[in-house]
Design a protein around this ligand. Sequence first.
Ligand code: GLU
Ligand code: MG
Length: 425
Amino acid sequence: MQLRERGVRGVILSYVDTAGINRVKAVPLSRLDDAVRWGVGMSPVFDTFLANDSIATTDRLGSPDGDLRLRPDMDRVVVLAAQPGWAWTPADRFTEDGSPWVADQRGFARRMVALAAPLEFRMAIEVEWAVGADSAEFVAACRGPAYGMTRLVELSDYVRDVLAACEDQGLRVEQIHPEYADGQFEVSVAAADPVRAADDSVLVRQTIRAVSHRYGLRPSFAPAVVAGRVGNGGHVHLSAWRDGDNLFGEFPAGVPGSAAAGILAHLPALLAVGAPTPASYLRLVPSRWAGAYACWGVQTRETALRFVPGTAGLPGASNLEVKCVDLAANPYLLVGALIAAALDGVERGLSLPEPVTGDPALLPGAPRLPTSLDEATDAFAADGVLRAAFGQVLFDAIVAVRRAEAERFRDTKPEDVAAALRWVY
Ligand code: GLU
Ligand code: MG
């Protein structure tokens, strides 16, 4: 790619830490070749950083010692449309002797993709965000109703610029629309291989952030923008393919049924990955379409897993939507963990229970998902399948970071939890 001709001066190397925060190093374009070859130094301590920049520890991580090399993935370099002069690339982390870093989150996702072969997963992560004025409190930047045209009129130029910037960066936008909550919008992009889907999720959010700044607006991707209200989800759509065919056409039979059953079986533990902050549990409550129940349904928006059959005449569109997860999640950890859980279901030949129709809240004994980060982390810490998939070092980092995040909000009121995390992710 002709970066200089396109006015690029600096290249951002993007990395997402265990807590879900996007951390970066940047190099001038003149140093990019060296960065590709040798990497750029970055401390491994970020593996146990918390969302407020304090540091947890495990027996392997969290000390001031050591260094890693951050290497840009030049297959994914993008010239940023809303940050003139900048290019962006996701980075992989290596040790100083050149081997892949054992706790690298993107490397974990890549490992799970390889493990799934010849099964190929395709995923897409929906991005919901609330647009606010540039203040600490959330003051919605538009007033129109949910899904209302009024919002698209009020923020017409802004939303068009988000759309255009995404497309100019090679993202395949499928739709963009006003969502339910105050000032909330959503954008979805086309499904891709899981690592790319995770990259896209990071890029889409930073693009929205950049456009928002240009308009003097502030985007919140937090699970709970305001306590007690509908929040932002980060739903993952997934399908599994073999030899060019989407196996989800035969759902809930066969491989896709077992894959979904694997995800369902591990769902409480997966929440420690996909709903990684105390604010996630302010969002994940019944009657908000967040999927607070551990069951599945066909086109049911209150179940954690929603099967989307696709439209007649549109082959390949069937997929499973995992609704209970949010955008505080590190998307690389999340896509990899979903694959690990799905593969476990396939290996064990699990099958799904009967689907739920209607609101699970009205069914006697419908299983609620964990209602706190503590509960999800307990389930995760006891999950041997996920431990084996992550490897002990990364697994321990996730447990330590989640325990520390839960601890620092131990006696905090919901409105203060939401306020503390509103602008962080
Ligand atoms: N905002 C809802 C959530 O927290 C999702 C709404 C929808 O179904 O798109 O997940
Ligand atoms: Mg939505």
